[in-house]
Design a protein around this ligand. Structure first.
Ligand code: 13P
Ligand code: SF4
Length: 325
């Protein structure tokens, strides 16, 4: 997927520090650029270790809204960095790899979404933050996996609700909130991949382990989970539960924080069907320490947005932040 951008300056890999020098070199560039590094829990361990702030989509949006840094380097995927730009038009928002998209956002093109809305003119439109600015701009309200239930419960009961683009999350929100949702038929390629057979096998091998799952997983897997929540809620659960082992149904990047925060507990990732490693998000994993150094060095690639689109997308994001205080 190619995003609208200022043509990046040709990268100058000359000068790239040696691997072991990268963390210190990134630290120096970060001070020089007066930058803050925000990272999602699915980033590789080394990026999580160097970030100023790590969080889920909601926490990262809040952090992006409140930071006073002049430059935000967003180690996550494009829709996250774009949200940071929508909230901070005067700041420079950089991403290590502009190709870091998201299958949910890609599978919900704005023209098709406009037609879906037009077919349901009386509905309140709630969009998961994993979508493009063009889809956000057509929505009444944005949500993340950590506040979706809480937000949907606040919506007037006399208006039906459209929910896009994740049907797995939408089904879970409908069950939790007791509201009926009309769903856009999208799903995440990573959360669609977990093998039920491998999960059952792991549960058999570790009978005391709690199964904790992200709501983007398919329903047959959520039905086997002891706890369901956003990445930050899964992390909290790992810290607070009396269980000492966990089978984790989400992208395995989160296991790094779990192991750091509760080192005496055990965590098991669930492989994809056929034992593939497609449980790792191919978009999130495009970002590397080298690209992080490069983007701070070049001040590119940068997220640049059309102002009219930004303003349209801002309203539903601000509504989300106000409603989930
Ligand atoms: P969280 O908001 O729970 O971190 O989820 C983001 C995401 O992309 C999950 O696939
Ligand atoms: Fe998108 Fe799925 Fe990757 Fe999350 S894990 S960023 S939903 S593709």
């Amino acid at each position: 997927m190619v995003f609208t951008q200022v043509p990046p300056q040709p990268p100058t890999t000359r000068g790239l520090p040696a691997c072991h020098e990268l963390p210190a070199a990134i630290g120096a560039l970060r001070r020089q650029r007066k930058a803050v590094i925000l990272a999602h829990y699915y980033q590789e361990d080394a990026i999580q270790d160097i970030a100023d702030f790590i969080g889920d989509s909601l926490e990262l949006s809040r952090k992006a809204a409140s930071t006073d840094a002049e430059v935000i380097v967003f180690c996550g995927v494009h829709f996250m960095a774009e949200t940071a730009k929508i909230l901070n038009p005067s700041k420079t928002v950089l991403v290590p790899d502009l190709e870091a998209g998201c299958s949910l956002a890609d599978d919900c093109p704005s023209e098709a979404f406009a037609a879906f809305r037009a077919d349901h003119p009386d509905h309140t439109v709630v969009s998961y933050i994993n979508c493009s600015a063009a889809v956000k701009a057509q929505s009444d309200l944005i949500c993340t996996s950590s506040n979706a239930v809480q937000l949907v419960q606040q919506l007037p009961v006399d208006r039906p609700i459209l929910f896009a683009p994740d049907q797995n999350l939408g089904r879970w929100v409908a069950r939790q909130s007791g509201r009926e949702l009309t769903l856009w038929p999208g799903s995440c390629i990573v959360h669609d991949t977990f093998s039920e057979q491998a999960l059952l096998q792991l549960s058999q091998e570790h009978p005391g382990a709690e199964v904790i799952a992200h709501p983007e997983c398919q329903q047959h897997l959520l039905d086997l989970a002891d706890f369901i929540g956003s990445t930050s809620k899964l992390l909290q659960r790992a810290e607070q539960s009396s269980a000492t082992s966990f089978i984790v149904l989400t992208e395995p990047g989160i296991l790094h924080q779990m192991r750091l925060r509760v080192p005496h507990k055990q965590f098991f990732e669930v492989p994809g069907a056929d034992g593939c490693s497609c449980n790792a998000c191919p978009y999130m994993r495009l970002n590397t320490l080298e690209k992080l150094w490069q983007c701070l060095h070049d001040m590119a690639p940068e997220i640049v947005m059309d102002e009219e689109l930004r303003l349209k997308a801002l309203g539903p994001i601000e509504r989300m932040l106000a409603m989930s205080r």
